[in-house]
Write a protein of this length. Structure first.
Lengths: 297, 511
């Protein structure tokens, strides 16, 4: 393989990895605060792309307005999900919350089949995302740098929010100790809602970018990206936002490189991702960035 | 002086406060006043209603009746936020801090200001100014987990000062501190008062109250027994009497007793600590019937490991004989069979199972014996009867024997442990820190129980950080330093100075 094709594959890997990372952040933020693996998170990705699709095809919005519309509505779904399905169960054993998450996931998928129809739909990209770009001898489609760029801006923005705003500080406090943080005068409900809002926005962006990259959408399209993003979150150390980014990028790059170097193995791509997870968990159970913390008694 | 002028002298006036918990009258028509710029000590045994009264003042509980006046104005608090708005802030025994955040972040958390962006450098310097003013040194950019307990306490105080609090309630602030940190806290308290703040200091340590407080109020079983009397001129005995309601004899009556046969013989005992480093090095001693051997030492010099090795909780080398029976490296039950009783340092982790009932805890050692054991099952009525017998005999204050052990106060929990251990008629008692953290009344009864066992002919190994206690109770005193016994003295011949020098490793005497 030439150096050029390596670079090209690297760019593809980073763009796929950024998508994984965007989705993984939602998993990891919710886990960090509630110790809940929100299995419905992947379905928010699906909703994001559908809302963008209908924004353009049904309401004839310009693409940017359709995207904003899709992000807003998905975020609304995420917040309602927290309020209706998770908040009433917060005081109960974790398993109840987890079961509710699986139920919400099935609910969203089946609602999507009923409302949007089970047949796949073609997602049309804005025209400027369809061009071929040549840099030196490398060729790629113009959405690749856009995906990387948008993700990068969102990552930086999120890190700034978490480290330098009051809500972000409260989120970090909550993830350490919900009870104490509540006693310190923080409105925990508001902050948890804020975390779901952020996660859902990122999932919607992930969904729109996913549909741009793979322009065929269907009601179950969120399942695989959701699972992969979950792997990425665990890989990076679940509960750790920086870890989710690193885990996502790593998974994307490794997947693309595997297919590029061993084209005959491309059918085993998903099996390979999950094997990485199992291997890593054997040697570093808390993930790449995960801190080793003793179990709370 | 006009009466109005006097009224204005008070920043807090609580009148006729009544608060009831299920089955307990926690505050029974309590009056309490705090003058501006004073340190007012609130004294009482565990469970006397001190914390309850202060939780009323800080807005956590609402009283059933009674009035609260702040600076002469009647006020009703609905939440701690209301109390803070009126200038009252409480520093609880358990700190409310998030360990992974910085000092500044912890102070700002839960406030309306800043609204969205945390401009940390700006607030760091604001908090720096506050520190300068009150002499509370702690790095605002440090994370809480990096700080010592004393520093964390300063953060809690800063948090309250940042919220503009004028009246500080400190709930047993010295209980968690090292001696040097206690000195620092006392200085801080004086500095705060000099700047016009008023402090309510909850404590049951008499010497601290005498050192720092201007006036004091004493609560006993929910009632005020002394209201706002000046501290100056009061003796320790008078203070103790006010708290306990009867005379407390600080010099315990100890009768001379000729020691009998050797009960415990420890020879060449060595053990490692949990990190695999040698913690007990070649220790040998004996204890006879009716004799108390006190082991003095600065915490962390191998005391815990020594006790764990003797009680069968830690592997060791060397020999441990109880009445001629070798028990080293055997299960704790082997020791128990030889008549060993263990009063552990960690009352809730080792001494009791906090989530099960008093009965469950009381029968932990004798559940295999008739009539509690019914062959293969436990006879619960008999177990309850056994437990209530102990409860009455040892005066354990609790609603019933079905109460969970964790709901007992420290003193009552320790009495439960002693009741269980002593009721087995032990030949040997290993007691570590048996009176730590208890109030004077409980200390007195625990010490008397130990002396009673000595009269009954038990051999007692007593480890304590309270030298005074060791001197009063022990027949002989040994000093442990870095895992070695550096000297054994007769208690009548030992003096504080010699033992103190041995504890710091600057003197050895091998008898």
């Amino acid at each position: 393989m030439t150096f050029d094709s390596f670079l090209q594959n690297l760019a593809n890997g980073i763009s796929l990895g950024s998508l994984y990372a965007l989705i993984a952040i939602g998993y990891t933020m919710v886990y960090g605060i509630l110790r809940l693996i929100n299995f419905a998170h992947g379905d928010l990705v699906m909703l994001g792309s559908y809302f963008a699709f209908y924004g353009v095809s049904m309401f004839f919005l310009p693409w940017w307005a359709a995207f904003i519309f899709a992000i807003a509505v998905t975020a609304g779904v995420g917040v309602v999900m927290e309020k209706v399905a998770y908040r009433p169960l917060r005081e109960f054993p974790r398993i109840n919350l987890f079961t509710a998450a699986v139920a919400v996931s099935f609910l969203l998928e089946n609602l999507a089949i009923v409302i949007f129809g089970g047949r796949p739909k073609a997602f049309s990209r804005p025209p400027f995302l369809d061009k071929m770009l040549n840099i030196g001898s490398i060729t790629f489609v113009s959405y690749t740098p856009i995906i990387i760029g948008v993700s990068l801006v969102l990552f930086v923005g999120l890190i700034l929010i978490i480290n330098h705003t009051k809500a972000g500080t409260a989120m970090r406090a909550l993830s350490k100790d919900i009870e104490t943080t509540g006693l310190m005068g923080v409105n925990t409900n508001k902050i948890i809602m804020f975390a779901f809002l952020l996660g859902s926005c990122l999932a919607a962006v992930g969904g729109i970018l996913w549909a741009i990259k793979f322009p065929q959408i269907n009601p179950l399209m969120g399942v695989m990206p959701g699972l992969k993003a979950f792997v990425a979150a665990v890989l990076g150390g679940i509960g750790n936002v920086g870890g989710a980014m690193i885990g996502g990028l790593l998974l994307g790059i490794v997947e693309i490189m595997l297919v590029a170097f061993f084209p005959s193995l491309s059918g085993y791509r998903d099996a390979f991702s999950f094997s990485i997870l199992i291997l890593l968990l054997l040697f570093r159970p808390t993930g790449i960035m995960g801190e080793v913390q003793p179990e709370k008694v | 002086m006009s009466s109005i002028g006097q009224e204005n002298n008070f920043s807090v006036e609580m009148e006729d406060i009544v608060l009831r918990f299920p089955g307990v009258l926690a505050n029974d028509h309590v009056n309490f006043t705090l003058k501006r710029g004073e340190i007012h000590a609130l004294l009482g045994e565990n469970g006397a209603g001190k914390s309850t009264l202060m939780n009323v003042l800080s807005g956590l509980y609402r009283p059933e009746s009674g009035t609260i006046k702040i600076n002469g104005k009647t006020i009703i608090f609905n939440s701690p936020k209301d109390a803070i708005a009126s200038g009252i802030g409480m520093v609880h025994q358990h700190f409310m801090l998030v360990p992974t955040l910085t000092v500044t972040e912890n102070i700002l958390l839960g406030l309306d200001e800043p609204k969205f962006i945390m401009n940390l450098p700006k607030y760091n310097s604001k908090i720096g100014e506050l520190q300068e003013k009150y002499g509370l040194k702690v790095d605002p950019t440090a994370k809480i987990w990096q700080l010592s307990v004393g520093e964390q306490q300063r953060v809690e105080i800063l948090k309250m000062l940042y919220r503009g609090v004028d009246i500080l309630i400190l709930d047993e602030p010295t209980a968690v501190l090292a001696p040097q940190e206690i000195e620092d806290l006392m200085e801080t308290m004086s500095a705060l008062v000099a700047q016009g703040k008023s402090i309510i200091f909850i404590s049951h340590k008499l010497n601290e109250v005498q050192q720092v407080a201007d006036r004091l109020t004493v609560l006993r079983k929910g009632k005020v027994t002394a209201e706002g009397i000046p501290v100056e001129g009061l003796t320790r005995t008078q203070l103790a009497e006010l708290m306990v309601g009867r005379e407390v004899i600080f010099r315990i009556e100890k009768h001379h007793k000729e020691p009998g046969e050797v009960v415990l013989k420890v020879s060449n005992l060595s053990a490692e600590n949990s990190r695999g480093l040698p913690a007990v090095k070649d220790v040998s001693f004996t204890i006879r019937e009716g004799e108390i051997l006190g082991i003095a030492g600065v915490a962390g010099n191998g005391q815990s490991e020594l006790v764990e090795a003797i009680t069968g909780l830690r592997p060791c080398t060397g020999s441990i004989c109880i009445n001629g029976q070798e028990v080293a490296n055997q299960s704790p039950r082997a020791g128990m069979k030889c008549g060993m009783a263990h009063i552990p340092e960690d009352r809730t982790g080792v001494g009791t199972a906090p989530n099960i009932s008093i009965t469950g805890n009381a029968i932990m050692k004798n559940y295999r014996q008739e009539p509690i054991s019914n062959g293969w099952r436990i006879n619960y009525p008999a177990a309850d009867e056994h437990a209530s017998g102990l409860k009455d005999l040892y005066d354990i204050q609790a609603p019933s024997v079905n109460t969970q052990a964790r709901k007992l106060s420290g003193g009552n929990l320790q009495k439960l442990i002693l009741a269980r251990e002593i009721s087995c008629d032990p030949k040997l008692i290993v007691a570590m820190q048996p009176t730590r953290g208890l109030d004077v009344g409980a200390i007195e009864s625990i010490q008397n129980l130990l002396l009673e066992q000595r009269s009954n002919g038990a051999a007692i190994l007593l480890l304590s950080e309270e030298l005074e206690e060791l001197f009063e109770l022990s027949d002989r005193i040994a000093v442990i330093y870095e895992g070695e016994l550096v000297g054994q003295l007769d208690a009548d011949q030992a003096d504080l100075n010699t033992v103190g020098m041995m504890m710091t490793g600057s003197l050895r005497s091998d008898e």
